[in-house]
Design a protein around this ligand. Structure first.
Ligand code: P71
Length: 459
């Protein structure tokens, strides 16, 4: 007999109690939070699907590693372990720890971008684009068109459209493009992978024009799992092997280690070029810390080194993606419109399709996330026009074809029953969707407005 069901490759040793609140309590909480799920207190949340960032469950080995922290100011043993792990798992020569992903983005943008440059990328990410803009660059979206279409079934919606890159090179000249930012498992597209064939073709194009490829490897293992499952010729290779091959096609990377690598805080900038590394070291000591700890404690670097290896185990990835798929399939079976194919880290509800009575100016995804919380205590995140923000030069809202609510699954934290409850909450709410009212800003921060913005219901 061959068993086809999957189960988590771990058992539970410690639990954290959670509390269901009353509808009345949740109505009060969301009003006090200005209808913004980022402003809710975690104690008022039942199942927290806000993000998969920094909220994973560490293993007993990671916790044991924490006790071996070498908190020396300089040259911590844990740094060398982390550096060796990154070299052997990902192949990058030089590692600079940072406090989290955006710390690495900040330094990369500062050392590589000159004012007036262009940085293409396979869709924007909020913090990544902001650091590029702060350094004086203009971000140019070069992802394939299918990525902006929630119902396209393309298996690699994270792919770069090479014709868009070529057109940009022709328009502005390769010397104005210091690098292309290639994300694996593109977050804002719905956790969608890029194929190795596409990355290889991009490598050739970039080599021909002297443009570097910088890898946002925040969710590389999830991307690689999809390559193993979907791309011709990779079925028999391990996640670890494919990861190494993928990274070898890029010149360096930024990583928010709070996702794939299952630590609560941390990140790094990894580079192959020695001169760039020296420049990055000069910046890291200004903004993060000495180059052998950046923004991290020794114990956190140890947990990260161990987490990286755990993230590249095939059994782990099968269960991880299996759980996301389980929730996605339940919603699809119930007729809930979600981004297809099901992504790596989250299910994305299509708020435009669920709330057709609201215009995008009434922030349907923001309203849906707030309503789902009130309905069920399940916390999710808006990923639509509020997240897209405004163009810093013109002040106009960046358009966003995708108007989504993200139900993000933390790694190794929730069970299948939690997924059942979350699915039931969405399906129930669908029946009353026409009663959900639109929102307007009462306070709009000047950048990254989705974090602290406040709203009220439209009269
Ligand atoms: C996520 C996050 C955390 C987050 C960040 C900004 C707005 C809302 C939530 C962080 C990422 C990411 C990618 C692809 C860089 C970062 C920044 N994602 N690249 O999805 O997904 O990393 O948070 O460690 O600084 O909830 P950082």
């Amino acid at each position: 007999m061959t068993i086809t069901s999957w189960a988590e490759p771990y058992k539970i040793k410690m639990v954290e109690l959670i509390r269901m609140t009353s509808r009345q309590e949740r109505e009060k909480a969301i009003r006090e939070a200005g209808f913004n799920t980022f402003l809710l207190k975690s104690e008022d949340v039942y199942i927290d699907l806000l993000t998969d960032s920094g909220v994973g469950a560490m293993s007993d080995r990671q916790w044991a590693g924490m006790m071996t922290g070498d908190e020396a100011y300089a040259g911590s043993r844990n740094f060398y372990h982390l550096e060796e792990t990154i070299r052997s798992c990902y192949g990058y020569k030089y590692t600079l720890p940072t406090h989290q992903g955006r710390g690495a983005e900040h330094i990369l943008s500062k050392i590589m971008i000159k004012p007036g440059d262009y940085v293409p990328g396979n869709m924007y990410f909020t913090t990544t684009r902001l650091h590029q803009e702060l350094a004086g660059a203009t971000f140019v979206d070069v992802i394939i068109d299918e990525a902006h279409d929630p119902v396209s079934d393309h298996p690699f919606k994270g792919n770069v459209d090479l014709a868009k890159v070529t057109a940009l090179i022709e328009r502005v000249g390769a010397e104005k493009i210091p690098y292309i930012c290639v994300a694996t498992c593109v977050n804002m597209a719905g956790g969608q992978p890029i194929s190795l064939a596409n990355l290889r073709a991009l490598r050739e194009l970039c080599d021909a024009s002297g443009i570097k490829i910088m890898h946002d490897m925040t969710r590389v293992a999830e991307n690689v799992f999809f390559i193993q499952q979907r791309e011709e010729g990779y079925r028999d290779k391990t996640v670890a092997e494919i990861t190494h091959e993928l990274c070898s096609l890029t010149d360096g990377a930024t990583m928010s280690a709070k996702k794939d690598a299952m630590v609560n805080i941390g990140g790094f900038l990894a580079l192959n070029d020695e001169i760039l590394y020296e420049q990055a070291c000069e910046q890291v000591v200004i903004y993060e810390g000495l180059h052998t700890y950046g923004g991290m404690a020794g114990r956190d670097m140890e947990a990260l080194a161990i987490g990286i290896r755990e993230s590249l185990c095939d059994d782990h990835m099968r269960a991880r993606i299996g759980q996301v798929e389980y929730l996605g399939k339940k919603l699809i079976d119930a007729g809930v419109p979600i981004v297809r194919p099901i992504g790596g880290h989250a299910i994305f509800l299509d708020a435009r399709a669920i709330l057709p009575h609201l215009s995008q100016a009434q922030f349907p995804a923001q309203a849906l996330a707030a309503a789902l919380y009130v309905e069920s205590g399940v916390r999710t995140m808006e990923r639509g026009i509020v997240s897209a923000g405004r163009n810093p030069e013109t002040g106009a809202n960046y358009g966003s074809r995708l108007e989504l609510v993200r139900m993000t699954i933390p790694r190794r934290v929730y069970t299948q029953s939690h997924m059942d409850v979350a699915a039931e909450a969405v399906i129930d709410l669908m029946e009353r969707a026409e009663q959900i009212r639109g929102l307007e800003f009462t306070y709009e921060p000047s950048c990254l407005r989705f974090f602290m913005g406040r709203f009220k219901t439209v009269a």
